[in-house]
Design a protein around this ligand. Sequence first.
Ligand SMILES: *[C@@H]1O[C@H](CO)[C@@H](O)[C@H](O)[C@H]1NC(C)=O
Ligand SMILES: *[C@@H]1O[C@H](CO)[C@@H](O)[C@H](O)[C@H]1NC(C)=O
Ligand SMILES: *[C@@H]1O[C@H](CO)[C@@H](O)[C@H](O)[C@H]1NC(C)=O
Length: 442
Amino acid sequence: MPTSTTVIALTVAAAMTAVRTVHGLDNGLALTPPMGWLAWQRFRCITDCKTYPDECISEKLFMTAADLLVSEGYADLGYKYVIVDDCWLSVNRTADGKLQADRDRFPNGIKALADYVHSKGLKFGLYQDWGVKTCAGFPGVFGYEETDAKQFAEWGVDYVKLDGCYSDVRDMDLGYIGFGQHLNKTGRPMVYSCSWPAYQEDKGMRINYAALATFCNLWRNYGDIDDSWTSVTNIADYFATKQEFWAQYAGPGHWNDPDMLVIGNYGLTVDQSKSQMALWAVLAAPLFMSNKLNAIGPEFKEILQNRDVIAVSQDALGMQGYRVFRDRGIDIWTRPVEPVRGGSYSYAVAFVSRREDGAPTPYTITLEHLGLKHYTGYTVKNLFNKQLVNGAENYYVTPKSVIKVRVNPSGTVFLRFDVSMSVVNSEDKLYNGTLKDSIAFI
Ligand SMILES: *[C@@H]1O[C@H](CO)[C@@H](O)[C@H](O)[C@H]1NC(C)=O
Ligand SMILES: *[C@@H]1O[C@H](CO)[C@@H](O)[C@H](O)[C@H]1NC(C)=O
Ligand SMILES: *[C@@H]1O[C@H](CO)[C@@H](O)[C@H](O)[C@H]1NC(C)=O
C-alpha cells in the first residue's frame, strides 16, 4: 500500500494557491471546460464529397452534427460547441483579401452555417492557423489578423481554434496574443483556443504558461490524439509528468487541453472509453467529441452522456486533478471538487488500470491514504456503475474506511467522495446512506 500521503497534501496545496493567483482571459467565457463536437480526429481532411458524402468536410457534416447533438440528447448535457476544423477554406482568399469557405462544400457560406448552428441553440466554432497556411495548406491568418478577426465576428463565430503550422515558433507568443487582441476588439466574445505550447513543447522550448492563461481560454499542450488506447495513455502520462507545473494554470476561463474524446470510434473498447472519460474529467479537460454521432454504440453513448462524470468535468472550482499514485498497475488520479467544507474538498477518484493481463485487478486503500481526511467523512458514489454492494447507491465512509475496487484491464473505477455536511455520531444511518467500515465496488 502506498504511503506518501504528503505528496498529495503538497500538490493540493499548490493547486489551491494557483487558483487564487492565476487570472485568466477576461472574456467571461469557458468558466467550465468547454464541451461539444470537433471534426478533426474522426473526419480529418476528407474533401471528396462525391465518394464520401456523409464524411467529407462540408456544411452538411456540421449541420448534421448540430442536429444530432440536440436530437440525441448531448446538447442538454452541455455539449454545445460545433467546431469546424481544418480544410473548410477555399485555396484562395477573395479579390479583396477576405477568407472564404470552399464553395462546393459550403455552398451557403460560413455565416449561414453559423446561423443554422445558432438556430439549434448551439455555439459555432471555426479553425484557423496563425501561420501563412493552415496545417493542411489553406490560407492562414498571418498578415491578415485584423481582417480575419473581424470576419469571424461578422460570421457569428463563438469559438476560434488557432493552430500553429507554417509559422515561426519563436514568434508565436506575441503572434497569438496579438490575434487575441484583434478578437477582443471586435467586441464579440469568442472562446480562444491557442496551440502555441504544443509547438514549443515539441521544440523543447520554455513555455510561458502565465501568458497562456492570461490571453487564451484553452491551449493544446501536447501532440494530437489518435484513435487508440496507446495515444490516450501517452497523453495521460505526459500530463502526469508535467502536472506540478501545468495544473496551476488551469481554472475557470483558462484550461489545459489534452485534445479530443475519441470515444465511439474504432479504437477504444468500452473499458478504455470509461478510462478516457474519467481521465479527461479529472484533468478538467475540454470535452470535445470527435465521432460519428449517428453511429455510436449505446454503451459508448452512455459513457459520453454520464451525468455524474460530466458533473466532475464541469465542477465549478475548476481545479485540475493529479495522478497521485502508481501502484501494481493501478494509477490513481484525484480531483478536488465541490462541496468544500471547513477547508476540505470533496474528491473524484479514478482507479485506472494500466494492466493488460486478463482478470480484473483487486485494489484496496483507505481514504486517509488518498488524502481524504475530513473528520465528518464522505458520502460515496460509484460513477460508472450505480450498483454498489446490496444494490444501494449511496454510502457513507470515514477516512479510516477501506475502499475495495476491482478494475478491469485498461478500465477505470471512478468514485466520487462528497465531504459530509454533518458529523457522524455512530454507525447510524446518515445522509441517506449506510456507514461502511469497508466498502467494495465490484
Ligand atoms: C487560386 O488562385 C490561383 C492564382 O491566382 C489560380 O490559378 C487558381 O485557379 C485559383 N483557384 C481557385 C480554386 O480559385
Ligand atoms: C476584451 O478585454 C477586456 C479586458 O480584458 C474584457 O473586459 C472584455 O470582456 C473583452 N471583450 C471581449 C469581447 O472579449
Ligand atoms: C435524503 O432523501 C430524501 C428523500 O429522498 C431527500 O429529500 C433528502 O434531500 C435527502 N437528503 C440528503 C442529505 O441527501
